[in-house]
Write a protein of this length. Sequence first.
Length: 145
Amino acid sequence: LLVYVNDRFEVIEEIETVADFEQHYTDELLPLRNTLYNESTTDLIEDFVEENPPDLSEADLEQIEAWADFVAGEFVVVRYREDDAIFLDWTEPPQAYAARPARLPFVELWDESALPVPVSSVVLLPFENQIVYDGWIGVKNIIFG
């Protein structure tokens, strides 16, 4: 999907294929991810599913289509458990999401004593009947005094 976004918006000149994509570090790919969620995300996902440029299976396309129900924004991580973390969204109406990690377990991101942790630039996605975050997460600093 991100290669498709790059084809549409020419965000990173060197990326034309999945192999090109895989040669970049995660932080180098952040502009692509931001483009996906700053443009008309639902339209991009629908177009990708309809065109299916990588010739994905029907099951994979259904999974990608479900990503149109993403939630993006700022959250507060108030707790983590063995398999997920609790993300609170304070916008109206307030919501709580139990999200699974994309790569690293949450215990490797924060010490439990650091909780609650305000985070920004988070995208939560439905994936196989669960919620995952997309792998990018910004920690917000809070300064008192």
